[in-house]
Design a protein around this ligand. Structure first.
Ligand code: NIG
Ligand code: FE
Length: 382
């Protein structure tokens, strides 16, 4: 079954053989066969297909790739948000309350919440999402978090080293998270992650993070790191040294951190919804881009530091608050996210890519940043 998508006012391909930057094709059409892009070009020369879908002159972009999300949890922390908005600081301490609620929830409750959030994301144009564990923090609760995550995405991430759970001994917990917990979780995960943040009494320092990541790699997992969120700690340079796919947050960077990212293969994933929701200074995206670092944007959707599922909102924040150009922001929310997940099949719309199409209810993709907060994007199920 082939489908011709036509009436595309502007097609963002992220294909540099089409054009520089976003590879934008005006008055375009695209043929999808078995869920894969089979042809892209001007509508005037489009081939025939079994059926035809006309998007009425709207812009079409690659579906968003949200490479950082925490969606397996119960409870909410609206009161913590309210306290922050009247001056309280974020330090990760609230994670404990989500851990308690998550442990108390049934599988069915966690699965329903996860499905609702994935549907909410999809309804806003996100077609690939990474999902972390990290609110269970016992062997059984981490395993079930990852089992549920793996039901909705191949991008499931073991984050047993999110924080030291309340009441646990730090060294004993680290031994568990790098030993029996890791062994039990690895079959359900692609990635291992760690909250490396010496400035938080709850999270992990550089040497602890190194232990988590090297054990994870030995168990067959690929690496990603929560790095430099609250302070210029060792996370970013550790991520680059170990060849992690992504260093996420990158809010506080030294010149040496930027140099390391520029000289390595690690993507810098910026999460501006977190700075918005914790009322913190934004990362310096311009400095990273000037140094030639690959930048991704993601939501970090989670009940504590940022409870948005909207990539379009994060894209608008990146433009307004981090001085990314609209084109840089859209690239980072699509192709950048794909790079952060080491995926070559998503984040672009060249022949051979997955046909993850997002339709913008506007004549131009620019409206994504131009009309912040307006639900313009939907996915096209073909
Ligand atoms: O990415 N930094 C650590 N983890 C999450 C927040 C988790 C939470 O507060 O519940 C983050 O910001
Ligand atoms: Fe996170």
């Amino acid at each position: 079954m082939s489908t011709l998508v036509t009436g595309i006012g502007e097609l963002v391909t992220n294909d540099d053989t089409v054009g520089p930057g976003l590879g934008v094709l005006p008055d375009a059409a695209l043929v999808v066969e078995d869920g894969v892009v089979a042809w892209v070009g001007p509508a005037s020369v489009a081939p025939d297909a079994d059926r035809r879908v006309d998007v009425g002159g709207r812009a079409v972009v690659p579906g968003f790739v949200d490479s950082h999300a925490h969606l397996v949890f119960a409870g909410d922390r609206a009161a913590e948000f309210e306290a922050r908005m009247t001056g309280a600081r974020y330090d990760g301490g609230g994670i404990a309350s989500t851990v308690a609620a998550t442990r108390a929830a049934s599988d069915a409750q966690l699965r329903a919440r996860l499905a609702a959030l994935v549907a909410e994301m999809r309804a806003q144009g996100t077609t690939t999402v990474e999902v972390k564990s990290g609110y269970g923090l016992t062997v059984a609760d981490e395993v079930r978090s990852l089992r549920l995550a793996a039901e909705v995405t191949p991008e499931a991430t073991f984050l047993g080293a999110h924080v030291v759970p309340p009441g646990a001994d730090r060294a004993e917990y680290l031994a568990l998270a790098t030993g029996p917990m890791l062994a039990a979780c690895a079959p359900y995960a692609r990635w291992v992650d760690v909250f490396c943040e010496p400035a938080s009494p709850h999270a992990f320092d550089g040497e602890e993070a190194r232990a988590v990541l090297t054990a994870g790699r030995a168990a067959g997992l690929e690496l990603r790191v929560h790095a430099n969120q609250l302070s210029a700690g060792p996370g970013v340079q550790l991520a680059v040294e170990l060849g992690a796919a992504s260093a996420d947050h990158c809010t506080h960077l030294t010149a040496a951190d930027v140099d390391a990212l520029a000289g390595g293969t690690t993507v810098a994933t910026l999460l501006p919804g977190v700075e918005f929701s914790t009322r913190s200074p934004y990362p310096d995206a311009r400095r990273l881009l000037a140094a030639g670092v690959t930048v991704a944007l993601a939501t970090d959707c989670n009940p504590g530091s940022c409870f948005t599922s909207s990539m379009a909102f994060c894209l608008a924040l990146a433009v307004r608050e981090m001085a990314m150009t609209p084109a840089e922001a859209l690239w980072s929310a699509t192709a950048g996210g794909a790079a952060a997940l080491r995926r070559t099949d998503v984040g672009h719309l060249a022949v051979g890519a997955r046909a993850d199409l997002a339709v913008v209810d506007a004549p131009s993709w620019l409206h994504l940043a131009y009309r912040p907060g307006v639900p313009l994007v939907r996915t096209l199920d073909l």
